[in-house]
Design a protein around this ligand. Sequence first.
Ligand SMILES: Cc1cc2nc3c(=O)[nH]c(=O)nc-3n(C[C@H](O)[C@H](O)[C@H](O)COP(=O)(O)O)c2cc1C
Length: 195
Amino acid sequence: MLNKIDLDDLGIYEGISETIVTTTHGWTANAAPMGIIRKKDKLFLRLFKDSTTYNNVLSEKRVVANITWDPIIFVDSTFGDLDDSDFETVHCNGMSFAALKEAQCWVAFECTNTKLTSEALIAELVPVMSRVNGCILRAPNRGLFGVIEACIHATRYKLTGDEKYLRLIKAYGDIVEKCGGDEEKEAMELLYNYL
Ligand SMILES: Cc1cc2nc3c(=O)[nH]c(=O)nc-3n(C[C@H](O)[C@H](O)[C@H](O)COP(=O)(O)O)c2cc1C
């Protein structure tokens, strides 16, 4: 099992890390942005009902948390499906996992102590395997953070239809326009198209 030092080395710090969580159902892989919650040395996932990720974790009890700075993957995996060719299969302890080829690094977890509430599933994550594909040195960019915030408000807009979320998306879109590079701007365009 990985220890605290390893989690730090893999970029998963105290608080909530925004990752792309990949899961499987049979041979079908799925990706969606999900927060990995770290409290001291414990990790958790809180999944709201009715997503594919929720259903896959309920049946397969395993996930991979992929770390990426790719804004287009954040948008595409929130609202659409990634291509099969974006995934690779990895094996560990007799289990198979789907990871993202593009990830800078990923950690595969078994889900334990799963608790179900009326609206969500909370699982504790036990790391079983990790890989660092390559680290990108990158200064914080408000454009990327803007895309991530806009994605979150877009999921809320889809759920509730409340127009306040459209105003928030527009505000983050303005930041992306000001601070983002071509990829962040393209991701924002994609997001507007999904709405
Ligand atoms: C940055 C970000 C973080 C998210 N974190 C969570 C989370 O921790 N739990 C959750 O249930 N949904 C979370 N979501 C919403 C899901 O990604 C969204 O509902 C997605 O459409 C689920 O896709 P799926 O049906 O393929 O699993 C997050 C969305 C974004 C953009």
